[in-house]
Ligand binder design. Structure first.
Ligand SMILES: NC(=O)c1ccc[n+]([C@@H]2O[C@H](COP(=O)([O-])OP(=O)(O)OC[C@H]3O[C@@H](n4cnc5c(N)ncnc54)[C@H](O)[C@@H]3O)[C@@H](O)[C@H]2O)c1
Length: 401
């Protein structure tokens, strides 16, 4: 088990490939996006991920890690490509199936293929069938497993190494071989099970998180209606020894929590009542915030006797201190406000110069120039801004607490 191939070098694939390379494997990182590959090899790597740039450049220089736009032969194949959902809120497995298809010609006896992409229950078995239908010569001769990722953007390298991992093999040998692979660089506990349990485990984890956040978001709306400060309320309720309410925000974003529950809901429509309601409640919170913002713009315009006011939208990423904008509710709010042309807007996002053609502005200057400040994401950089008690502010993320 010497040569390892990662298919997909994104948020998860790149750090995983670098870590595997550092632990002694000869790693080939494959990505179909040539521009992305060029960025990696020229060192244009997310500096918000602690240690990532260093480890990637070090392993590239040592040639333990090489990159290519095409697969090759290897001992272990790890598929870690995006698995979004479509307009019907059903899983879109196009990338995953294409990635599998691309490695099929390179599979050999005794190879291990691991799927890390989040996928619906039963996918690993289906993919095994696809492979063995095309390569009957490999029946009984390759190992396949599912091993979901649980890492937190902003702390990926640490969590890849230290988190506990669940490995679901299509048979016992597949799980044992996968464990032997991960043990080379994972220090957390490694637990073996079957592939369907591991697939459901990943979906259950993120649905659980979505549910907990939806409670906080619902409570924030109730508190607002009742004229109660939500941050005080949470501080006091969490003094109960068995209560731990999470922080509310402008919704839920990112490529996991906002996506994965749909994989369960679409496959188990009748059964997933609470999971669906939680998802819908988190989506509703974003719309609720949008309405609050528009009402406040009208109110401030009237108060200041201005036809058009200027506002600062503070934070656009899906959560604090990351440059990840996938499914970001804050970005959705920004785009919606432009569409409705309700004010002059400064987009303030210290983690990027522009996102989807929206140029971002300097935090301090935008704060100074704006009639209304809207806190969407509590980035650490914002805490340096000097508070002006005269400013009109809407705080959806608890930055002032
Ligand atoms: N980002 C997270 O925090 C996180 C956490 C847990 C699980 N996951 C899961 O991991 C998977 C990957 O997520 P990500 O965030 O790394 O995605 P990503 O979008 O950052 O990166 C995926 C990479 O795969 C490449 N790619 C797409 N199709 C390909 C193909 N056929 N062959 C080779 N490369 C291909 C893309 O060009 C891209 O660079 C998803 O299923 C996601 O749900 C992500």
């Amino acid at each position: 088990m010497k040569k390892v191939e990662f298919i997909g070098l994104g948020y998860i694939g790149l750090p995983s490939a670098a870590l595997a390379a550092k632990s002694g494997f000869s790693v080939l990182g494959v990505d179909t996006d040539q521009d992305h590959l060029a960025k990696i090899t020229s060192g244009e790597i997310d500096e918000k991920e602690p240690g990532l740039k260093n480890i990637v450049l070090e392993q590239l220089a040592k040639k333990n890690l090489t990159t290519s736009s095409k697969p090759d032969y290897a001992d272990v194949f790890i598929i870690v490509v995006p698995t979004p959902f479509n307009k019907e809120m059903e899983p879109n497995l196009e990338n995953l199936l294409k990635a599998v298809d691309s490695v099929i010609p390179f599979l050999r006896e005794d190879n291990l293929l691991i799927i890390e992409s989040t996928c619906p229950v039963g996918t690993t078995e289906e993919i095994t069938n696809i492979i063995l239908t095309k390569r009957k010569d490999l029946i009984g001769k390759i190992k396949v497993a599912y091993c979901p990722e649980r890492v937190l953007p902003g702390n990926i390298l640490f969590e890849l190494k230290n988190n506990n991992r669940i490995i679901g093999g299509i048979d016992e040998e597949s799980a044992i071989l996968s464990r032997a692979f991960y043990e080379k660089f994972v220090e957390g506990e490694i637990l073996e099970t079957d592939s369907k349990t591991a697939e459901l485990c990943k979906l259950a984890e993120n649905s659980f998180r979505d549910l907990q956040i939806s409670f906080a978001n619902e409570l924030s709306i109730i508190a607002d209606e009742q004229g109660v400060n939500i941050w005080d309320l949470i501080k006091f309720t969490n003094k109960h020894p068995r209560v731990n309410i999470l922080n509310p925000g402008v919704g839920v974003g990112g490529h996991c929590i906002a996506v994965d529950p749909w994989f369960l809901i679409s496959a188990n429509k009748a059964e997933s009542k609470i999971i669906r309601t939680a998802r819908e409640q988190n989506l509703y919170k974003t719309k609720w915030c949008l309405k609050k913002i528009k009402d406040e713009i009208k109110f401030i315009s009237k108060k200041k006797k201005k036809k058009r006011i200027s506002i600062s939208l503070m934070g656009l990423s899906y959560k604090q201190n990351v440059s990840d904008f996938r499914e970001s509710p804050a970005l959705f709010i920004g785009k919606q406000l432009i569409k409705e042309d309700v004010a002059d807007i400064f987009f303030v996002e210290p983690n990027t110069k522009n996102i989807d053609n929206l140029e971002t502005s300097d935090p301090e200057k935008s704060y100074e120039k704006s009639d209304l400040i809207i806190w969407l994401v509590p980035h650490d950089d914002f805490k340096k801004i000097k508070i002006d008690p005269e400013k009109n502010e809407l705080d959806f993320c608890g930055i002032r607490q």
